[in-house]
Design a protein around this ligand. Structure first.
Ligand code: CP
Length: 308
């Protein structure tokens, strides 16, 4: 079996197409495992993993923990709100203290872009970036592409539009890298104020009219407006944002085809997506969450096999 080209998963930017293919093949195997009556394999009995989260998370944190437990790894969890970080301890000191307890791998979510890259340079453990500020969220992009592949058969050749707050979104950047690497066409759509200048240099096109973007696409990935990362207003009101960039049943029924609807969560129902759309058969939102466990098992397994 071939190896990943990297020793850490810091961003999709550092992966190649072969890496993504290998992660998907491995995830296919683990997806079959987690659908058995006994959902666990003894593969990583000798590995200890620390999940360290400096930012809130529901899906990513639970999904990583479940993936680790399904592989029989020993797991410790750290949350900054209940830790000595509150007493002024630095990131490197915190992680080195955790590693001195013989930890092999660290899964980290952090509000600062590049925190995982910094950590990988300074500590002896495999690092997985579980989201670093507005930079990257690589396992989210992998599970998103994997879910498109599952629903549509392939990612190559598909038209994917990412809608919403592109400026503050690590999900958008990681998805752009992952989709382009696999041969999809990517468009971003949102208010001009929430689209980074020069984003076309990443090989994507920009559309500010949601209806036109939806008419073009096979898949729409709806993003949440990240109010927590905004220091100023980027659009007049939430109501106006919803009128221009929210997806609802009426818009979808006006298209002459059925598109796939995705969302990384957490959803703001009634803002970027209405409940009837989120819960419809066009939506693969819960498939994304389910696939997250298999994808994270694959990433952990492949990185662990490099440190054994
Ligand atoms: N999609 C995602 O990263 O969700 P959480 O913030 O709940 O982990």
């Amino acid at each position: 079996m071939s190896d990943l080209s990297v020793n850490h998963l810091l961003g999709i930017k550092y992966l190649n197409k072969k890496d993504i293919g290998l992660i998907f093949e491995t995830a296919d195997h683990f997806k079959e495992v987690i659908n058995r009556s006994i959902k666990k394999v003894p593969t990583l009995r000798d590995i200890t993993i620390a999940n360290i989260f400096f930012e809130n998370s529901t899906r990513t944190r639970l999904s990583f923990e479940l993936a680790e437990k399904r592989l029989s790894a020993d797991v410790i969890n750290f949350s900054s709100s209940q830790s000595s970080v509150k007493k002024g301890e630095t990131l490197i000191d915190t992680v080195n203290n955790i590693l001195s307890m013989k930890v092999d791998m660290v899964v980290m979510r952090h509000p600062n872009p590049g925190a995982g890259i910094f950590l990988a340079k300074h500590v002896k453990a495999a690092i997985i970036n579980a989201g670093d500020g507005a930079h990257e969220h690589p396992t989210q992009a992998l599970l998103d592409s994997y879910s498109i592949r599952e629903r549509l058969g392939d990612v190559a050749g598909k038209n994917v539009v990412i809608v919403g707050d592109i400026l503050h979104s690590r999900v958008a950047l990681s998805n752009i890298f992952a989709l382009k690497l696999q041969g999809a066409q990517v468009k971003v759509c949102g208010p001009k104020t929430l689209i980074p200048k020069h984003i076309e240099s990443l090989g994507v096109t920009v559309e500010t009219n949601l209806k036109k973007a939806l008419e073009w696409c096979d898949v729409a990935n709806m993003l949440r407006v990240q109010n927590e990362r905004m220091e100023v207003s980027y659009f007049p009101t939430a109501r106006e944002y919803t009128q221009q960039f929210g997806v609802n049943r009426e818009i979808l029924d006006g298209l002459n085809k059925e598109i796939v609807i995705m969302h990384p969560g957490p959803i703001n129902r009634g803002v970027e997506i209405t409940s009837d759309v989120a819960d419809s058969s066009q939506s693969i939102i819960l498939n994304q969450v389910e696939n997250g466990v298999a994808i994270r098992m694959a990433v952990i397994y492949l990185l662990a096999s490099k440190i054994k």
